[in-house]
Write a protein that binds this ligand. Structure first.
Ligand code: GAP
Length: 446
């Protein structure tokens, strides 16, 4: 149970590790960066892909009551009128009359500007949707919005998806995709950004069963994080007070994670009732309802929604995995990711670049990469390479040495967490790796 005693870390350390090891870079860095916009590097992109794949597996592929879709970011502008986002998707904004910095009024701890001590002007509601224009003319009639949530595409496609998938209620539609919000105060690395990816699922159920499904999806979501390695003690559930409910919600709960700066929102589960389907039916004049042929009745389904940020989850996985141990030369930084989340599962390391080792090392790499996400790493000393793989959280390193080619056609597997090494014949390597990864999976349940 290695994960339980992790050292934890500061946000600054995560920012610098992310840059040093190729997890996350600031966008347009050589131009001085673009505020609160981030790019994933070669290691980060693997981590994020694994997070999204793990979610998709649990949410869609391993269930027969949820199907997927992938909608466009741009939608008909009336979608946002009907959904209430044009009118209500706002935050209260105040501006300092001296330095003109802007803040969210509901997040301020004092009534003077934290930057210069100046007074604030009158608060006003600021709509968070990004606007752009479709077609050649930049005029109001051509205004379209970058979607602030992926959910609406699942509502407007409800009938298309239901009829083509022949799903009966209860069933869900899941989607992973970009959303955009012109946040007044983004920050904390890539925790709150203006462009981000969401993983959302809209679960359509019979009115009256919604409270039960709401509890079900809260438990499912909490368990998803734990079963992918987030420690239980770093997760908590927070029910929204009535005055903080989103405009579409009857009940919402946040799964909060203890980030380096404190507890903050990771995912929101909401009971959206029939708010969205009815709103789109009203606006389009179309009947968006469902005929239950067993009960012989027609109704507008209620919707329960687990809505998660892919990027925010990546940040939580990164923060949760971070550990430092040892002293002096023995000191190491190690990211103790669950094996399904780790950017790479295996690194193949020839002891050196000696010509006698390379063919065997490449052969082993060729075999392993078809089963596991595998990196080939042959630069610098073996000790440094182990440290580097520890810092990106690779669970197992496979080392090819002279004994391999001269004597036993066997390799060494080094375990990231225990640093124990075992010698395994190449012909048994795949099975031995699967066994070790299974043990590490079991060990890193939150
Ligand atoms: N469809 C419902 C919805 O969008 P939300 O609570 O506003 O609900 C869901 O967003 C999740 O999306 C959040 O819990 C968070 O993980 C992520 N998210 C929202 N705004 C974000 C931002 N500005 N930057 C990064 N992630 C964000």
């Amino acid at each position: 149970m290695v994960k339980r005693t992790l050292s934890g870390t500061s946000l600054e350390t995560l920012v610098s590790l992310s840059k040093r090891r190729g997890f996350v870079f600031q966008s347009s860095e050589i131009y001085g960066g673009l505020s609160s916009v981030w790019d994933y590097g070669p290691v980060g992109v693997e981590l994020k892909r694994n997070v999204k794949d793990a979610w998709w597996r649990s949410m869609v592929r391993e269930r027969d009551d949820v199907v997927g879709m992938d909608a466009s970011i741009l939608m008909h502008p009336d979608v946002w009128v009907a959904s209430g986002h044009l009118e209500s998707f706002t935050d209260p904004l105040v501006e300092c009359v001296e330095c003109h910095r802007r803040y969210r009024a509901d997040q301020l701890e004092s009534d003077v500007c934290p930057n210069c001590g100046g007074a604030f002007g009158e608060p006003r509601q600021f709509n968070l949707m990004f606007k752009t224009f479709m077609g050649a003319l930049e005029e109001a009639a051509n205004t379209v919005y970058l979607r602030p949530e992926t959910a609406q595409a699942m509502f407007v496609n409800f009938e298309n998806v239901q009829t083509t998938s022949r799903k009966k209620i209860p069933f869900g539609i899941a989607q992973i995709g970009k959303s955009f919000r012109n946040e007044i105060t983004p920050g904390n690395f890539f925790f709150r950004t203006r462009e981000f990816e969401q993983m959302e699922m809209e679960y359509f159920c019979e009115p009256g069963t919604d409270d039960e499904w709401y509890d079900y999806w809260i438990n499912f979501s909490m368990n998803w994080f734990k079963s992918h390695g987030i420690r239980s003690e770093k997760l908590t559930l927070r029910h929204h007070d009535p005055d903080e409910l989103p405009h579409y919600s009857k009940a919402s709960a946040d799964i909060d994670y203890e980030f380096p700066w404190g507890w903050d929102e990771l995912e929101t589960i909401s009971n959206r009732t029939d708010f969205d389907l009815k709103a789109h039916a009203r606006k389009t004049g179309k009947d968006i309802s469902y005929f239950d042929d067993q009960q012989k009745k027609r109704y507008v389904p209620f919707v329960v929604e687990p809505a998660m940020g892919a990027d925010r989850s990546v940040l939580a996985f990164l923060a949760d995995a971070y550990d430092e141990e040892g002293e002096g030369k023995q000191r190491r930084v190690v990211l103790r990711f669950h094996p399904d989340i780790a950017p790479f599962q295996i690194a193949v390391l020839p002891l050196s670049r000696n010509d006698r080792l390379v063919p065997t090392a490449r052969r082993v790499y060729g075999v392993l990469r078809s089963h596991f996400n595998t990196q080939y790493d042959d630069s610098q000393s073996i000790g440094r390479r182990y440290r580097r793989q520890d810092e990106i959280g690779t669970p197992l390193c496979v080392t090819v040495d002279f004994e391999t080619v001269d004597e036993d056609d066997a390799v060494t597997i080094r375990n990231r967490d225990t640093m124990e090494q075992v010698r395994v014949p190449i012909e048994n390597l795949e099975t031995a790796i699967r066994d070790q990864l299974d043990l590490m999976r079991a060990d890193s349940q939150g």
